[in-house]
Design a protein around this ligand. Structure first.
Ligand code: MG
Length: 420
């Protein structure tokens, strides 16, 4: 349940309404000229008339004489799409855009952002609404296939645009968020028409129907050999795997994250150096954990402090080798914090990691880690670092399985242990 698929609702049409609020509530399509063009995007008000993407504009006009037809402004959609991508990359560096209005997110590295994937998905949807002024639907699952079908299931219904009908559960159809629990994924998948699978077009759907295969569930009952005879080796194997929930596609980020950070604003200004230092260490662990989730390790640490009067100061340090553990990252952060006296009180504290290096590259040179300390040092030498890295990775796995609350922060534990 670590993959999200986010899909903007009637993206082009919604951007047009955003920029021209007088169009709100009107049946509207973005598309080419009435004579020869087709509909690129239709508002939910237009969809009530049965108007769909790829329908000739002339036909859409026949179905709805009051239809507003707007010429596409691709530069503007690209601009909004870039804003969306920036927002998503603040949640996790593992974002794969698949269209201007669609992206997959691997949120394993974003485990700190809430109480599980469903709440993260809901929060994401709220942020898109507040920052971009646009609606989207979010689906979640353990595979791209399920996440994509889930976001489709979350879409608003054209009959009641923008309003969830009474009695629809918060995570039900039209709710904007559907996260499928791992144990429900097969049933969810099997309830779909075979046509919902990638690679099943009208022709394949026809062939399958002649075999008595209508749903994905029907498809799952067909033996691999029969599917291969019917559709060929590659296609048959693919559909067989998908029907069994087997989708090995990973999220392939389009670009490398620049930084991973964590910030907190305090309810009351914080003045204690010790307290701030221990908060910085805890944040460093969260940052290190997200770095591990993203498969990277940082070489640069930045501490950011905003004071009660809203002045902001930062301190950074670049290291000769990567910081593989939260402990190491926290030590540098606490050190940097020493250069920023809390003075009249600290309103916000942040710890950021940058110069991110893929972990497998960093691991290729384990001798690099020993730059921090003599190799013999059991705590911080190469052996100690690797041991510590193992301990923290195990904690990540426990959090993934049982939630953040199941395990106290290692820094907090260490503090308690130290205290008594
Ligand atoms: Mg869309």
């Amino acid at each position: 349940m670590h993959l999200l698929h986010l899909d903007m609702d009637s993206f082009f049409a919604s951007v047009e309404v955003l920029d021209e609020p007088a169009l709100a509530g009107r049946p509207l399509v973005v598309g080419g000229s009435v004579e020869r063009g087709v509909v690129a995007s239709a508002s939910y008000e237009a969809r009530r008339y049965g108007i769909r993407s790829a329908m000739p504009t002339a036909e859409a006009r026949r179905r709805c004489p009051d239809l507003v037809v707007v010429r596409p402004r691709h530069a503007r959609y690209g601009e909004v799409s870039r804003q969306l991508l920036e927002l998503l990359e603040r949640v996790t560096p593992l974002v794969e855009p698949v269209a201007l209005d669609e992206a997959y997110l691997d949120v394993r590295g974003a485990r700190w952002c809430g109480d599980g994937v469903a709440s993260l998905a809901a929060q994401l949807r709220t942020e898109v609404r507040e920052e971009l002024g646009l609606a989207c639907s979010v689906g979640g699952g353990t595979t791209k296939l399920v996440a994509k079908l889930a976001s489709k299931a979350a879409k608003p219904r054209p009959s009641a645009p923008g309003v969830a009908p009474a009695g629809v559960p918060r995570q039900g159809p039209g709710s904007g968020v559907v996260v499928v629990a791992p144990e429900d994924e097969l049933a969810f998948l099997h309830a779909h028409r075979a046509r919902a699978l990638p690679g099943v077009g009208p022709r394949t759907a026809d062939k399958l129907r002649r075999y008595g295969v209508d749903s994905v569930g029907d498809l799952a009952l067909v033996e691999l050999g029969s599917l291969v005879r019917l559709l060929g080796r590659a296609h048959g194997t693919l559909l067989h795997d998908l029907a069994h929930g087997d989708d090995p596609r990973r999220v392939e980020p389009s670009r490398v994250a620049v930084s991973i950070g964590h910030e907190e604003t305090f309810a009351a200004d914080e003045r204690s150096r010790d307290r701030l230092a221990s908060l910085a260490r805890e944040m460093a662990e969260r940052v290190a954990s997200r770095c591990r989730g993203a498969g990277v390790a940082p070489r640069r640490v930045t501490v950011k402090v905003r004071f009660g009067d809203f002045t902001t100061r930062t301190r950074s340090r670049t290291l000769p080798a990567v910081l593989a553990t939260g402990q190491a990252l926290g030590a540098v952060a606490a050190d940097l914090l020493d250069e920023l006296p809390p003075g009249p009180g600290v309103r916000l504290l942040g710890v950021h990691a940058s110069l991110l290096v893929p972990r497998d590259e960093a691991a290729a040179g384990p001798e690099q880690l020993s730059l921090f300390a003599p190799p013999g040092d059991p705590e911080t030498g190469a052996d100690g670092t690797q041991r510590r890295e193992g301990v923290e990775a195990a904690a990540d796995a426990i959090r993934d399985r049982f939630g953040a609350a199941a395990i106290a922060s290692l820094a907090a534990t260490a503090r308690r242990a130290g205290a008594g």
